[in-house]
Write a protein that binds this ligand. Structure first.
Ligand code: DGY
Length: 331
């Protein structure tokens, strides 16, 4: 029995992923796997470098840097990497390509969850809900006041989307019933087919900054988008604008954002992602009333995380069989 098991492809899983994915792997009878059996702390790098030695497949999450060092440690058996994430900025695609390693990821299944959370964060930020509950709880609630805790509403607003893809569309579809006046977007090029779904107008990045009452970041983190939200961009935004980021923290220059928020250059920001993660509790952004920070939970619903886990497991199995994955990155 022991000998039979050992002929199966070996897989290492860098996190205790949700049960649906583990069940698929277990019941497949196609792989033998070992996992870092914790969800609370990531596998230490040293341990990871040991564990990947000689594996045929690897399932990871976004906290693991998959770079040349790790791929060298894994060695030539490694044929498939499956990340339980839609983002892939933690992967060195060049190194993976060089070694002919196929890569699965988990788009689509998290679109609804991320769009929901983005809307929740936008409303929380624009209507100052965290400040409001704090005031109610701590005795700040005096008489009803005419301008106390006033925020900004979506009705008649212009919503800007930076990076129009599945998630941007899903956010706009959810915001439209709030009587948004206009959707605008920017991207590397116009995307007329997608834009027509939400009747969005393509504009330059400058116009996006200037016109948006609400600006939602929906792009991937790439060398081109790194810190693209900086002093220059914030300086073009209205003092009444709300900035929302549920993509990656790296698209924002956080010092410039702090400056824009603390000087009133923009009205408020809602962030689900930061650099680093976790953001140290001593970080200046935490001192600002007009900055709402969440701990990277946009896809955190039971349904979605299980769907991501299942998709990551299926991508891995298909890849190891040499078949097309359900969602594979083109390298
Ligand atoms: C991803 O998948 O990249 C998200 O950031 C976490 O679900």
């Amino acid at each position: 029995m022991q000998r039979e098991m050992s002929t199966l492809p070996r897989v290492y899983i860098t996190r205790q992923i949700p049960p649906e994915g583990l069940k698929i792997l277990r019941e497949s009878g196609q792989v033998q796997f070992e996992l870092w059996d914790s969800d609370d702390v990531p596998v230490p790098r040293k341990e990871l470098l040991q564990k990947v030695k000689g594996v045929d497949g690897l399932v990871c999450v976004l906290t693991e840097k998959i770079d040349a060092e790790l791929l060298d440690a894994a060695g030539p058996n490694l044929k498939v990497l499956s990340t339980m994430s839609v983002g892939f900025d933690h992967l060195s695609l060049e190194e993976l390509k060089k070694r002919g390693i196929r890569v699965g990821y988990t788009p689509d299944v998290l679109t609804d969850s991320v769009a929901e959370l983005t809307v929740a964060l936008l409303l929380t930020t624009s209507r100052r809900l965290i400040e409001a509950t704090h005031e109610a709880k701590t005795g700040g609630w005096g008489t009803w006041r005419t301008l106390w805790l006033c925020g900004y509403e979506l009705a008649n607003s212009t919503v800007g989307i930076f990076g129009l893809g599945r998630i941007g569309i899903a956010i706009a579809e959810r915001l439209a019933p709030f009587k948004v006046k206009k959707f605008i977007y920017t991207d590397v090029a116009p995307r007329p087919e997608l834009a027509s779904i939400i009747n969005a107008e393509y504009v330059s990045m400058d116009e996006l900054a200037k016109q948006s009452d609400f600006l939602a970041m929906c792009c991937a983190l790439t060398p081109e988008t790194k810190e693209i939200c900086n002093k220059d961009m914030f300086s073009k935004m209205k003092n009444t604008s709300i900035f929302i980021n549920t993509s990656r923290g790296g698209v924002v220059n956080q010092e410039d954002l702090y400056e824009a928020l603390s000087t009133g250059q923009i009205a408020a920001a809602g962030l689900d992602v930061t650099v680093p993660e976790p953001l140290p509790t001593s970080h200046p952004l935490f001192t600002l009333k007009n900055c709402v920070i969440l701990p990277h939970i946009a896809s955190a619903s039971y349904t979605t995380r299980n769907a991501m886990s299942a998709l990551a497991a299926n991508n891995l199995l298909l890849g190891l069989r040499g078949e097309s994955m359900i969602k594979e990155l083109k390298l």
